[in-house]
Design a binder for this molecule. Structure first.
Ligand SMILES: Cc1cc2nc3c(=O)[nH]c(=O)nc-3n(C[C@H](O)[C@H](O)[C@H](O)COP(=O)(O)OP(=O)(O)OC[C@H]3O[C@@H](n4cnc5c(N)ncnc54)[C@H](O)[C@@H]3O)c2cc1C
Length: 387
């Protein structure tokens, strides 16, 4: 067992996945999370086939499959409920060897957390800055006992969209920008069977994903100016989407007002020139915050984690080479996924022009679901490194 020590900054899905990938390779890990308690806020999540393969590599795939919900047939509808495109999960299974999964974020977070030694998790620890050279790194943080520091062979910056480590180490990169849409989401009890489906209207989208155990995750997004708030967010969703097809009104009727979260969508518009500086590697939203239109933000974070674990398998020996390999394997791919996600949002949720909407409807109707699936395999048909 190597005595190499990694400090992971941030205990979200990306940070916990990285900690687990390194722990499985014999690293000692410490996760520093600023929240007083380790938990995931947010509703549901779609884990695409690439993320399921990454989770299989972490030995968590079967646990998640047993508690969550394998995708039911789904696709894209218009606000009157007419199908524009359909995807058959059997096709997905045939083409990719595994299906996507709807899961509650809290479930995924708990499964990751429980796979890690409890002693590796420190909450109420806000990282202030990192010192790093070619030989070692020191993480300075503020914990319950005041300012503290930890030495590390490797620091993983998994501190999310507003990453402090990114701002410290790449000060020339502008902060994430508003993508033009705001999103609401909730996970609710809804026992009726549902397809996993998106509905596109002008400048708006509503999605529903069964997440197992009689629960459904729904999300709604609209073009809007930034920083909007409604006194009652559920009423704001009902006002716009309440007249859309069944079962959208029923889903909204079954939603307790306090269950609705609202977030403006931001993304890192200026791609980072590297994900590595000295002994610090960024991953997840810290490295490549993307719009959620392809449902890939967390999926890519989990992929990052598995690749980081694989390249660091030899412990701290040869770490600069390992981190160069991590950067090479992850940066091009994740930045391509981020660009594709932005394009998908412009063509999908954000499109408003009536002529463009009509052309999109025709294109979707003419494209078989299996072809639509094939067009995304460059992203979803990913395999973890072997060995
Ligand atoms: C509406 C919406 C829908 C989405 N749907 C999907 C989907 O279906 N599928 C998908 O794959 N992705 C989806 N995403 C994207 C996904 O949520 C993110 O990409 C993912 O959660 C990023 O994980 P992360 O661990 O990198 O960052 P985060 O989850 O943001 O975690 C960062 C952690 O770091 C902690 N932290 C921050 N700063 C510090 C500090 N200084 N010191 C210590 N701790 C710190 C934070 O408290 C937090 O716990 C969606 C996003 C949105 C907004």
């Amino acid at each position: 067992m190597s005595d190499s020590h990694a400090v992971v900054v941030g205990g979200g899905i990306g940070g916990l996945s990285a900690a687990l990938a390194l722990h499985r390779r014999g690293w000692r890990v410490t996760v520093l999370e600023r929240a007083p308690e380790l938990r995931e806020v947010g509703a549901g999540l779609t884990l695409m086939t690439n993320a399921m393969r990454a989770l299989d590599a972490l030995d968590l795939g079967s646990t998640l499959r047993s508690g969550a919900h394998g995708e039911a047939p789904g696709g894209i509808r218009d606000p009157r409920g007419r199908w524009l495109s359909r995807v058959d999960p059997a096709d997905m299974l045939r083409q990719l060897g595994t299906t996507a999964l709807g899961v509650h974020r809290a479930t995924l977070h708990r499964v990751l957390r429980e796979a890690l030694p409890t002693s590796s998790l420190r909450t109420g620890a806000t990282v202030e800055h990192v010192e790093s050279d070619t030989d070692h790194a020191t993480v300075h943080y503020h914990g319950a006992d005041g300012p503290q520091s930890l030495d590390a062979d490797l620091v993983v910056g998994a501190d999310g969209l507003r990453s402090r480590l990114r701002a410290q180490l790449w000060p020339e990169i502008p902060a994430p920008v508003y993508a033009g849409s705001t999103a609401w989401r909730a996970a609710i009890a809804f026992p009726d069977p549902l397809p996993t489906a998106i509905t596109w209207g002008p400048g708006a989208e509503f999605g529903m994903v069964p997440i197992g155990e009689g629960q459904v995750y729904w999300y709604a997004a609209r073009n809007a100016p930034p920083d909007g708030h409604a006194p009652d967010e559920l009423a704001a969703v009902r006002e716009h989407f309440g007249g859309w097809h069944d079962p959208i009104p029923a889903l909204l009727a079954a939603t307790p007002p306090g269950a609705v979260l609202r977030n403006d969508i931001h993304h890192l518009a200026t791609p980072l020139p590297s994900y590595v500086r000295g002994r610090v590697a960024l991953l997840g939203d810290a490295a490549h915050a993307m719009t959620p239109n392809l449902g890939q933000g967390a999926c890519q974070a989990i992929e990052d984690a598995v690749v980081l674990g694989a390249v660091c398998a030899d412990g701290a020996r040869g770490l600069p080479g390992a981190l160069a390999a991590y950067d090479e394997q992850r940066r091009g791919r994740t930045q391509a996924v981020a660009r594709a996600s932005l394009r998908a949002g412009r063509y999908g949720q954000q499109l408003r022009n009536p002529l463009a909407l009509a052309a999109r409807t025709v294109a979707l109707r003419l494209t078989p679901g299996s072809a639509a699936l094939r067009s995304m395999t460059w992203c979803t048909d990913w395999r973890p490194p072997t060995g």
